[in-house]
Design a protein around this ligand. Structure first.
Ligand SMILES: Nc1ncnc2c1ncn2[C@@H]1O[C@H](COP(=O)(O)OP(=O)(O)OP(=O)(O)O)[C@@H](O)[C@H]1O
Ligand SMILES: O=c1[nH]c(=O)c2[nH+]cn([C@@H]3O[C@H](COP(=O)(O)O)[C@@H](O)[C@H]3O)c2[nH]1
Ligand SMILES: NC(=O)CC[C@H](N)C(=O)O
Ligand SMILES: [Mg+2]
Length: 535
């Protein structure tokens, strides 16, 4: 089945992924690719429309990225955002200059003319009755001369050409960012572009997607066997359910206990799957193996790479064991993972060369070059909310599908610096107390538990000691930090405003119940500039 699709060319903006999320929210399929793809690639992609992202660069610098010229020659609608607008202007014969003032944050622009992009979009009106739109800006440069064929479709005092369009060629461009939620009607604008202007069909719906995905998996796997890394998290559970639906007993799930899981997580995961997921699950205790490889290593990226490599070692060994088991298995030739689109993007997989890699996710950037198994990643194109939707459509229980995410490297990235078994055991107990209290404390205003009100919450172990007094004695023990965030996409996040009474109770319990920890702090950093995990 062929879907409508939008091509997003990434010039390196940190929020390119949000453009894709917004387009997907409109139920239109889209993909992000680096801005320097070839003209042939652009042609073959056969997009219904193309979106050019922002960037930190300036188009008048000596070596700058341009959109492949074919973007403007294929006769498909194009939307330029920020840098995307500037390069469109310059490539089509307009002019871009450095402004005297940077415009950063909220701004209001006045809509001009009757552009299809802003149809029925207005947040206020000015004294003369003109429509005003609230937007979010982040730029220093601006378009100062329109290319031929273009009109101004929005402006304000700082940026007279705040948006422009050549309606006949269906070229549109905005200096502001419709993809961030601060632009209140940004979603509506992107829908005008994608649904009205590009006439893309909103046919990307998870319930319908199952049939298509099942057929694809069947075709890819044939009669071979698959092992899947099952973590008990959302993504791999949904992947397991989907693959099992496609190939039944050809699938074996491998759940790896690397000794860096949450307290009792191993038993919980096995219990959760018994009866709920009909696939076979093997539990592997690899604590010793991971711990010995991690001994003496304190660099976060090095730890991530080691954990990624060890996962693969375990998977390979299990794949071989299947064959030797004498149970009629031929041995697995595929490794399935619950990799999702943000994992790919954040590890630099879809970004242009210019965007920096912040962390290597263990399952993407951390994979060794010689895998020896073919990869099967049926969720690789999906965002988290789509994966959850798919899980529900596959009949997985809601509490499984709405768990907080837990990173594959687990406590390995929540114990700062060198990982030691002793630290992991302390951290597990402190973390369990925090999560238990979040689950048990209901917010009176919303009637929801604080677990449901936060997107992710955990405890971090700091290998530093501080002095305390307990009873009448002196203590000299470790510190833990509590981290709880609210986010919809894990790209940006706010620290959760947990009630003091809850924080107080958690702190008390940890210090009283976990000998070896005598101080608890709360992390009040947002992302950016911090990240959610500490490593
Ligand atoms: N303990 C584990 N045992 C086996 N495979 C694992 C384990 N931890 C992670 N993986 C593999 O790595 C992939 C990526 O991990 P990630 O944490 O992103 O996804 P998840 O655990 O499935 O879902 P969630 O994001 O909700 O935690 C998983 O989908 C799974 O295939
Ligand atoms: O499976 C995973 N393997 C990893 O290597 C990894 N690193 C970060 N995360 C999760 O990604 C989200 C964003 O985290 P950061 O703000 O720390 O980058 C948060 O939800 C993190 O828990 C990972 N998940
Ligand atoms: N966010 C952007 O795309 C910024 C583009 C350009 N560097 C500017 O400052 O105007
Ligand atoms: Mg996980």
């Amino acid at each position: 089945m062929s879907h409508s699709k939008i091509l997003i060319l990434d010039f390196g903006s940190q929020v390119t992924q949000l453009i894709a999320r917004r387009v997907r929210e409109a139920h239109v399929y889209c993909e992000i690719h680096p801005c320097d793809v070839s003209d042939d690639f652009v042609k073959q992609f056969a997009a219904d429309g193309i979106i050019l992202s922002g960037s930190h660069a300036s188009v008048y610098e000596e070596e700058t990225d341009k959109a492949p010229q074919s973007v403007f020659e294929l006769g498909v609608p194009v939307l330029g955002i920020c840098y995307g607008m500037q390069t469109m202007a310059q490539q089509l014969g307009g002019k871009v200059e450095a402004g005297s003032k940077r415009e950063f944050g909220y701004a209001q622009v006045r809509a001009r003319g009757h552009s299809a992009l802003f149809r029925d979009i207005q947040d206020a009106t000015n004294a003369e009755g003109h429509g005003l739109i609230d937007v979010w800006m982040s730029h220093g440069d601006k378009v100062t001369e329109l290319p031929t064929g273009f009109n101004v479709i929005a402006s304000n005092d700082t940026t007279p050409i705040a948006a422009m369009a050549d309606e006949s060629r269906k070229f549109y461009a905005v200096q502001f960012h419709p993809e961030v939620t601060h632009t209140r009607q940004g979603q509506a604008m992107l829908e005008r572009f994608v649904l009205d202007i590009c006439a893309a069909k909103p046919d990307w719906i998870m319930g319908d997607y199952i049939t298509e995905a099942v057929a694809k998996i069947k075709a890819q796997v044939g009669d071979e066997e698959v092992i899947l890394g099952l973590s008990g998290g959302v993504d791999s559970s949904v992947a397991a359910a989907l693959i099992h639906r496609a190939i039944g007993d050809q699938l074996t799930c491998v759940f790896v206990d690397h000794g860096l899981l949450r307290l009792n997580e191993g038993d919980m995961v096995m219990e959760m799957f018994a009866g709920r997921l009909h696939a076979k699950v093997i539990r592997v205790d690899a604590t010793e193996q991971f711990m010995s490889k991690l001994a003496g290593v304190s660099d976060p990226e090095a730890k991530r790479k080691i954990i990624g490599a060890e996962f693969v070692e375990v998977f390979k060994a299990e794949a071989a064991k299947l064959k030797a088991s004498g149970t009629g298995h031929k041995g697995a030739t595929f490794l399935a993972q619950g990799t999702i689109y943000p994992d790919v993007i954040e590890s630099g997989g879809a970004k242009s060369k210019k965007a920096v890699t912040i962390k290597s996710h263990h399952n993407v950037g951390g994979l060794p070059e010689q895998l020896g198994l073919k990869l099967l990643e049926p969720l690789r194109d999906l965002f988290k909310d789509e994966v959850r939707e798919l899980g529900v459509a596959l009949g997985l229980p809601r509490d499984m599908v709405y768990r907080h995410p837990f990173p594959g490297p687990g406590l390995g990235v929540r114990i700062l610096g060198e990982v030691k078994r002793e630290y992991a055991l302390l951290l597990q107990r402190a973390d369990a107390i925090f999560i238990e209290e979040l689950r048990n404390t209901v917010d009176v205003e919303t009637g929801k538990t604080w677990y449901d009100l936060t997107s992710q919450a955990f405890t971090v172990f700091l290998p530093v000691k501080s002095v305390g007094v307990m009873g009448d004695g002196r203590t000299y023990d470790y510190v833990v930090a509590l981290r709880a965030v609210v986010t919809s996409d894990f790209m940006t996040a706010h620290w959760a405003e947990l009630p003091y009474s809850l924080l107080g109770k958690v702190s008390n319990r940890i210090i009283n119940e976990v000998r070896g920890i005598n101080r608890v702090v709360y992390d009040i950093s947002g992302k950016p500039p911090a990240t959610i995990e500490w490593e």
